[in-house]
Design a protein around this ligand. Structure first.
Ligand SMILES: [Zn+2]
Length: 481
């Protein structure tokens, strides 16, 4: 499942062998993730769920000093980059500003320069990130850390909302478990080891939704997880084509921005609460929504910073870029890593759920979501304009500097004035810009099935075919101005 030739081989197999391959792969992962130390970590993390804010901070600061020392002395990249910097004075999260920020591009140029000296990359576990854009990033983990990482996710994400991996579950992720051009069911593969029904994110339609729902019931899935927009697409197609609701215990989504209309479709069709989760394979900053709908930071993963463009920390309720420092991956320590996502510290930090860890809000948008004006400026942070209640989903498709289409998929109670309001809101931020509104039945996603708010066609030749038809058959189109 890691290399293309393996995928090619997998696709050639008959379905029963594909399922056997998935189950075997899962067994291999289980040996790594549920090996030595898993139980101990699980018990420990269960206790951490009742940690006070100051207990978590004290633990984080102690871990931080170890990570900084390791990075400064044994990681080639930091040894070079921090030369002359007083890294020894970084004793707590608030001292981190002393160190430079790290972006994805610097890692991609030489991933191995981030591996702690003395470790052989061949002996490490390689995770690839599933970035929305560009090539994935390679992240190395020490196999001995994997049980800790697994225990952390099991306790802080799944148990925290009352489900666990022992229960049969359905999943809609980015893996192409069947070829894209395949048009006959089954649109899923069953992984026996994990009792996991892996549903294809790429074959959902009003015609197939019933089959998906029947499979979820037949395989006894008790909860569902995956990309928010994929789950929402399934729920919507099912509701629109009259498929009976399919009750589950929980839905846990991550991977793209969960707009209110998506959440409401998921909750209506699966008759359960939908929880948003923020995290990444790099393991630097993680948060999970609680039963009261608040996003709590998970301190065991890493230290969060939310920063303004000039690098200074944001005030409460002020949206800024998320920067994470990993406290869990000591084979490849990522320090002050710019995640390119946005959030704000909530002003109201109280939550009745009992979890005392920091609450974040307005988690949304990729930093990549910017448009380019005719004078070459990049204008980002326009995603909040999309949160209009009667608009199901929307996207800006930029075909040239200074000009873009605003694709709008109408939701319940929609009037064309609503799209004008959204475009007005966007234009207020951008200034002089030619933005044409286009009402569409569906907003295209990336090839990985992720919803993105801005597509700059010049940088996404892979997505161009998806727009050719839309832009050719402009049925409803008027200038926003
Ligand atoms: Zn809470």
């Amino acid at each position: 499942m890691i290399h293309d030739w393996k995928m090619e081989l997998y696709w050639r197999l008959p379905i029963f062998l594909q399922e056997a391959a998935l189950s075997l792969y899962a067994r291999r992962l289980d040996r790594l993730y549920y090996g030595d130390g898993y139980e101990g970590w699980r018990q420990k993390f269960n206790g951490w769920r009742r940690w006070s804010r100051s207990e978590a901070e004290a633990w984080q600061n102690q871990q931080l000093q170890t990570v900084i020392e390791l990075a400064a002395r044994r990681v080639p990249y930091y040894r070079e980059k921090w030369r002359g910097l007083d890294w020894k004075s970084v004793r707590s999260a608030k001292d981190l500003y002393i160190l430079p920020l790290l972006d994805r591009q610097s890692i991609r140029q030489n991933e191995k320069a981030f591996i702690a000296g003395g470790l052989n990359p061949e002996s490490l576990w390689l995770e690839k990130t599933s970035g929305t854009t560009g090539t994935p990033l390679k992240v190395y983990w020490a196999p001995s850390t994997l049980p800790k990482w697994a225990a952390l996710k099991d306790t802080m994400i799944r148990s925290a909302v009352g489900v666990d991996n022992g229960q049969p579950r359905a999943m809609m992720g980015t893996r192409p478990i069947m070829r894209g051009r395949a048009d006959t069911p089954p649109y899923w593969r069953y992984n026996r080891t994990w009792k996991q029904l892996y549903l294809s994110s790429y074959h959902v339609s009003q015609a197939t939704a019933r089959l998906y729902a029947e499979a979820i019931q037949r395989y006894g899935s008790e909860w569902i997880t995956g990309i928010g927009s994929a789950l929402a697409a399934l729920a919507e197609c099912a509701l629109q084509s009259g498929v009976p609701e399919t009750p589950l215990r929980r839905a846990i989504v991550s991977g793209d921005t969960l707009l209110p209309a998506m959440r409401s479709s998921i909750e209506s069709f699966f008759k359960c609460k939908c929880f948003d989760h923020y995290g990444q394979n790099e393991g630097v900053a993680m948060a999970m929504e609680c039963l009261h709908g608040k996003m709590h930071v998970i301190p065991g993963v890493g230290i969060w910073e939310i920063l303004r463009e000039d690098g200074s920390p944001c005030a409460p309720d002020e949206v800024g870029e998320i920067v994470g420092t990993s406290l869990i991956n000591d084979a490849m320590p990522l320090i002050r890593y710019r995640l390119g996502d946005y959030a704000a510290w909530a002003k109201d930090q109280f939550c009745p759920c009992g979890n005392q860890q920091p609450v974040i809000k307005d988690l949304e948008g990729r930093m990549d979501d910017y448009v380019i004006t005719s004078d070459g400026r990049k204008i980002g942070r326009i995603s909040s304009a999309f949160k209009y209640p009667t608009i199901h989903s929307a996207q800006i498709v930029q075909d040239r500097p200074g000009h873009a289409y605003l694709l709008v998929r109408p939701g319940e109670g929609y009037r064309s004035a609503d799209a004008k309001a959204v475009s007005g809101d966007i234009l207020e931020r951008i200034g002089a810009f030619d933005l044409q509104i286009l009402e569409v039945p569906e907003v295209p996603k990336t090839q990985q099935g992720k919803a993105v708010l801005v597509v700059r066609l010049s940088e996404r030749p892979d997505m161009r075919p998806a727009y050719d038809n839309i832009l050719r058959n402009q049925t409803v189109c008027f200038n926003a101005a």
